[in-house]
Design a protein. Sequence first.
Length: 151
Amino acid sequence: MNFPIERPRAAVSAVIMNPEKKVLLTLRSSKVWWPGQWCLPGGHLRGGQDWLSTCREEVSEEVGLEVVKARLVGIYSDPEVNQLWEPRAGKKLSFVVASFLVTDYRGEVKVNDEVSEVGWFELDRLPTPLLVSEKIKISDAFRFDGQAFVR
């Protein structure tokens, strides 16, 4: 069956890495799409926003941290991993995501109502179920050498 696919939505994600090389992931609450899935903090750009300010805003809203410095790791638009079926919408949603590596941040982790749980995870011990695109972004962040990935 062929389902409609909208134009890609602009979004950001943040690979927040602590000094122990663990990544902060959030478990999506029942109040957002794809509940019960682990993912990176992030969200959609709204009109008038740029990539970096959206990253800072989403990290602050979802996990209560202040991003001090973020580096662009990559741009992700591959339909194989950036199109997700959304049953409530009755269609596939497509995304173009700018993913940032955040190793310099302030504050204590605290969640909002979009997140039901958070955890720090090692690359080889990521939780499941994990949104399909997240492992690629996390792996790229661990291999990041200053040259952004385009996938």
